[in-house]
Design a protein around this ligand. Sequence first.
Ligand code: KQY
Length: 365
Amino acid sequence: MKKLTSTPKQDGFRMPGEFEEHDGCWIIWPERPDNWRLGGKPAQHVFVKVATVISEFEKVTVCVSNAQYDNARNMLPDNIRVVEMSNDDSWIRDCGPTFVTNGEEVRGVDWSFNAWGGLVDGLYFPWDKDDHVARKVCEIERKNRYRLDDFILEGGSIHVDGQGTLIVTEECLLSEGRNSHLSKEEIEDVLKEYLNLEKIIWIPRGIYNDETNGHVDNIIHYVEPGKVILAWTEDKNDPQYEICQEAYKILSNSTDAKGRKLEVVKLMLPANILITKEESQGVDGIDGTLPREEGDRLAASYANFYIANGGVVFPTFNDPNDEIARKTLQSCFQDRKIVGIYAREILLGGGNIHCITQQQPKSKK
Ligand code: KQY
């Protein structure tokens, strides 16, 4: 398939909103023992649940290493396609292609990936297999792709409305380990060209202690154009409180690319979740990989959900706010089935349901 030298904006392609009808969903199987406890076994069961639930709504493909191929194929239901693909870990939202469409054809944007900060504050080394994932997915799906060799970006660090607006965090996009050779304006120019945007809304920070330098997908989520969900706490003693307040102020005073004032829906956070001794002891300690220490606070948030055709799949944590989150999501997505999945095991790996999924838009060719 072709590597294109033009840009999506020049060619009339845009990144659709996640709430738009799409063709399918991609996932990568978890296995690395220095990120997932017990060699990924507990997480694999949760990935099976996530993939199975999403497959009730749309096509699902799971990418898996050669070593885990048979195990994954046996654990996943038959309606899920399983393809062998080398990878460094299972965060396809971040290393997979960002798909763009012109309504007829779908293409991939293949950003450079450096494991959330490269040698500055990245989470593992090396990451070259992950950096090839977008290209391989595009080959399998026969999609041409735009490749950016000099621009680091993860899919979890962007949320679009599909109508010209993007929301990002400064904490992530201006972090030293990503594109520190570029100014904020230059970063905006690249994003506008490759996602086909008119307006970028910057909020300062993401969820407290999020190892991705505050990915936007853990703190907000577009419901529809003009309406966003924002993770929320009323606990003034929590460092998250200030973060939510500043994001709320900016979002609720913002207009989008179409001039709409944003409606902001608050989605209560769960109580703080800490790594237990047993969980910490189940993870291999390897130089160069972020350690998982007992007592570390995890970046838990219900905003890290996935919007399927006809459904919303959200993480639960055995917390009283699980039910409140379900109700908030149901009121936002009235025509979709809301499905909660107990996702502590994904959280222990450093992300959640949105981070392990990548959507592929519908295409006519
Ligand atoms: O997008 C994400 N939240 C992925 C986090 C990766 C963590 C790797 N240990």
